[in-house]
Structures are given as C-alpha cells and as structure tokens.
Design a protein around this ligand. Structure first.
Ligand code: ZN
Length: 60
C-alpha cells in the first residue's frame, strides 16, 4: 500500500472492551456483528458511549 493512502487510526473507544453482549470486542479490537462481520462503523455506539462516560466523568 502506498503511504499516500488515508490510514485509518484506531478509534479512542477501542481502548475499552465493548459492552454489547453480542459483541464483547476486546480492547484494541474492532466490533463485530453477531454473525462475525466487522462493523462498518468500526465500533458499536454503546462502546463509544461507555468510553465517553469513562473519560468525561464529572469532577466530584
Ligand atoms: Zn461492539
């Protein structure tokens, strides 16, 4: 692959495991559908949400 092609970066939410029961993607791994296909969006919305909650915890 030529270096000029757009390289996809790892989504930040990949730093946590996916909370979706049918997915359970490990940290650093893309999300999958129950049939084993990789998600077109790379990760479930719930995973991004869970990551956001973790990183934007309100200061007590
Ligand atoms: Zn997932």
């Amino acid at each position: 692959m030529p270096p000029g092609l757009r390289r996809r970066e790892t989504p930040p939410e990949w730093s946590i495991p996916c909370p979706v029961p049918t997915c359970r993607a490990k940290p650093g791994s893309p999300c999958h559908t129950p049939t084993g296909r990789r998600l077109a969006a790379d990760s479930h919305p719930s995973r991004a949400d869970a990551w956001l909650v973790q990183t934007t915890r309100p200061a007590a």
